[in-house]
Design a protein around this ligand. Sequence first.
Ligand SMILES: O=C(CO)COP(=O)(O)O
Length: 249
Amino acid sequence: MRAKIVAGNWKMNNNAGETQALAQGLVDAISNTDAQVVIAPTAVNLANAVTLTENSPIEVAAQNMHFADSGAYTGEISADMLQSIGVQTVILGHSERRAYFGEDDALLEKKVNQALAKGMQVIFCFGEELEERQADRHFEVVGSQLKNALYKLDAAAWKQIVLAYEPVWAIGTGETASPEQAQEMHAFIRKSLTEAYDAELANGVSILYGGSVKPANAKEIFSKPDVDGGLIGGASLKVADFKAIVDSI
Ligand SMILES: O=C(CO)COP(=O)(O)O
């Protein structure tokens, strides 16, 4: 059985005090759940979040990291730095990193390889833009994002990877992919994995949906057979909303 996962991507939100309050609120609210629960605060608050969630089922992830071990990369954060404060999971390939910071498939391939080499878990994000869906190119775009960044990996490496399909047009817009659209794409992703590797591997990879997931729509989206959870932005910033989404799994 592949893992059910609900991850909160806090993006560039919450200062130290706000991180403390939200993380503590989630620790108090979320105890026994069938889902693996992940929160991804901004880098400067990761260490505090790790401490706050120590005796809880909540794991802490970073939102980004560099591909090099160390060196002259001003402003960047290495895998070792993350691991040294207890962070073992990193989100890579988020559409905001692709769109605003020029991260492309080739760079992401290097980042993924580095995270895997260091023994970290990766939540790998990808998804098409609105114009690409309107032009009926969404399968082609998603297929090439996966192939370019991930399909040179050994089969064994996939134990460290969770996929997160996030159609760009549904992120922060209030517009969600319909449960049918999500299922259609997730089934396509699993088929693509089957073709690149095999069915056993494809059936073991958790595929999350992200894009305007809210308490009101989470249950229906999560009920789809190839949707294994969600990557949540805005609704992960409120204890009650995130808990309701975790409870929808
Ligand atoms: O980008 C997302 C999670 O990584 C989704 O954001 P929203 O849930 O705010 O649409």
